[in-house]
Design a protein around this ligand. Structure first.
Ligand code: AHG
Ligand code: MN
Ligand code: MN
Length: 351
């Protein structure tokens, strides 16, 4: 017999006393909202909601009409939850307080309502990413600084992917489960229990149009993949890039691979393109829970203490062997070259 998301959540609710009932209702509301977003994406060409809204969001990026529509759906779909204190979104400069009575044991929700939104206009996959944090009891009113918690503090993370099928993939900190939307019944059905990422892979995902802006360790890694069987890796690699992190990470959860959006030299102060709190952290939580690894190249993504709500970060995540290799290349690049050091030491003694 198949397991629906509703019964999965109900079971968790009765067996896991770390969270109140309203916390599980919040997850249910997010799932219902993702179903509404799937319908909005599905109908976008018919409803005239494709294309640009003609405005920019707080990050200076062009907002699509559906970025705004889906942001509103997420706000409205989660507003009435008793334990939700405030929300933050890629599409809102500031946090939004839900107006719920202030009490102990509340939560904060962060989301990217439509990831890869440029894909909508070409009927390619898009998604919704979310992350849930506990709200410190002592803070009133809730402020932006309450959201600045490292990824390790997340109690739940997930995404919905609107592709050939709509799926919801979820972690509560003890594994990853994937549910497929049955459009006939309207239920999400557990189709991918206990998802795990194979440790090794021959598939990488990166936007190679940015090659000239990458740092040396990333260039080294990709050059070696491209050299294939004739290079140091002694095997051929395959490349995929959907331009929606949700879809690239979903593929990695299903068959392994590595996804990179590294820091590059286009804007040195930016430290990457993806946003730490509502893109990198929830995806890192899912990937780690599925046995993979996530790093900036220099440190574990989920260990970073955020300093701003819309902070960006470099991301390298997926199959463990490849992310370990990438971090080793970054460490080696940070070491002084031994020959050069010795030569300088020699010169110094001679002098
Ligand atoms: P968003 O649409 O939420 O701004 O996210 C798009 C992100 C991410 O999902 C994707 O991996 C990346 O941007 C694609 O970047 P390029 O345009 O450089 O390919
Ligand atoms: Mn995004
Ligand atoms: Mn987005």
């Amino acid at each position: 017999m198949s397991t629906s998301l509703s019964s999965f959540i109900a079971t968790r609710c009765t067996t896991d006393d770390r969270h109140p009932v309203a916390f599980y209702q919040l997850i249910h509301s997010i799932a219902q909202t993702c179903r509404a977003i799937a319908a909005a994406v599905d109908r976008s060409a018919l409803a005239g909601t494709t294309g640009s809204a003609g405005v920019a969001n707080v990050q200076g990026e062009e907002q699509k009409k559906l970025d705004i529509v889906t942001n509103t759906l997420m706000l409205e779909g989660t507003a009435n939850n008793d334990v939700l204190a405030a929300v933050a979104s890629e599409e809102m400069a500031r946090i939004s307080r839900t107006g719920q009575a202030r009490k102990a044991g509340q939560y904060l929700l962060l989301f990217d309502p439509l990831d890869g939104s440029s894909n909508v206009d070409v009927n390619a996959p898009v998604g919704t990413i979310f992350s849930i944090l506990r709200c410190a009891d002592s803070t009133y009113p809730v402020s932006e600084s309450d959201f600045l918690q490292p990824g390790t503090a997340q109690v739940c993370a997930g995404y919905a992917i609107y592709g050939a099928a709509t799926m919801l993939v979820l972690t509560l900190g003890d594994g990853v489960d994937g549910f497929t939307l049955d459009r006939d019944s309207g239920e999400f059905v557990l189709t991918h229990p206990r998802m795990t990422i194979p440790a090794s892979t021959r598939e990488f995902a990166i936007n190679t149009a940015n090659t000239r802006f990458w740092e040396a360790p990333v260039n080294r890694y990709i050059d070696e993949c491209l050299a294939g069987a004739n290079g140091p890796r002694k095997q051929d690699f395959n490349m995929r890039w959907v331009a929606a992190m949700v879809a690239d990470v979903h593929r990695i959860l299903l068959r392994g691979g590595v996804f990179l959006y590294p820091q590059d030299t286009r804007e040195a102060s930016r430290f990457g393109k993806l946003r730490l709190l509502y893109e990198a952290n929830p995806m890192s939580f899912l990937v780690e829970q599925a046995g993979g690894m996530s790093s900036t190249g220099h440190e574990r993504v989920m260990d970073i203490q955020p300093h701003a709500l819309h902070q960006r970060i470099a991301v390298m995540l997926g199959s463990r062997d490849e992310v370990e290799r990438l971090t080793a290349y970054h460490q080696q690049a940070a070491q002084p070259v031994p020959d050069l050091v010795n030569a300088l030491r020699h010169l110094w003694t001679e002098y």
